[in-house]
Design a protein. Structure first.
Lengths: 151, 151
DNA sequence: CTGGTTGCAAACGATTTGCACCCGC
DNA sequence: GCGGGTGCAAATCGTTTGCAACCAG
């Protein structure tokens, strides 16, 4: 993806967020802009703490969490899940589509790019010496009812 | 999978757990047996609260959580990944391999069986009227180093 | 102006831990 | 009997919420 496309992406995300705010009578405040800016700069996934770090506490925890939930509602980001405790987020429109290989023993989470085909992963992981016990796929999108509602 | 195989599975799980206990100088106590029994009866996935319900509080929360962690360490179960707050667990050797389709809008988590091929899911979900935005695969197993260590 | 927004601090829910007593081995 | 196991209650962690002051439209 070249610079231009990345920029387009960012604008789409921004539009989604602003539309959401408008549709829900929410204001585009300094705090919300700040959180959005920081989030937009993040890579694949991040947690609340990452944002807080980058913001150098210019936004309070309370507001940060509130804004993150708004970003989820506006479908700019989504909650993702790992084996650990705190929430992680990823972009609904992934910057770098990728998957995960989690070691049950040392708890490492290996991230690797998407190649579009399932079989290839087995080979890749095998080549990496990763012994696969199993895998699960998490699809996300809109279910039948919600697709209809979308207008 | 027939009755006999299911029983074999259960025994394998049990052996794994007992081996783990032995190797770590842990005792096979009443509480641990009880938790193991209940967990073994669970379907695909479950949370701490599910176990507590089934046990009718014969095991304390503290012990339950301690035992669940032991079951994770012994690789009988693993922490799984959902978008919500509390931990879920699944079996390392899945009883019914399956995947998930999560609706970003209504937060429904649709569970569907594993068919071994990736392309087929797109068709299935499409037929269900589910509009896929993306997906992530979570592989789990042992990484190179840990495979070696396994002896 | 005015209603949504913020930060603070307190509340929360799930999970973890310190401790004194209990029980497998 | 000893060393780990248990329940209890208190502590912790990430996240959420009530409230009074604050600011965007």
């Amino acid at each position: 993806m070249d610079k231009k496309n990345q920029n387009d992406e960012a604008l789409i995300q921004q539009k989604k967020f602003i539309d959401y705010l408008t549709n829900n009578d929410l204001k585009l405040t300094k705090a919300r802009s700040e959180v959005f800016e920081i989030v937009a700069k993040m890579d694949n996934h991040f947690g609340a703490e990452d944002i807080l770090q980058s913001s150098k506490n210019s936004v309070s925890r309370a507001t940060l969490y509130r804004t993150l939930n708004e970003l989820v509602e506006s479908q700019v980001i989504r909650k993702t899940a790992f084996g650990d405790k705190h929430q992680h987020f990823e972009f609904v429109l992934e910057k770098k589509p990728h998957h995960h290989a989690f070691c049950l023993n040392c708890k490492t989470n290996i991230e690797f790019p998407d190649f579009g085909e399932e079989e290839i992963y087995n080979k890749i992981l095998e080549k990496m010496g990763f012994e696969i016990y199993g895998h699960e796929m998490h699809f996300y999108g809109l279910c039948k009812n919600c697709t209809k509602e979308k207008i």
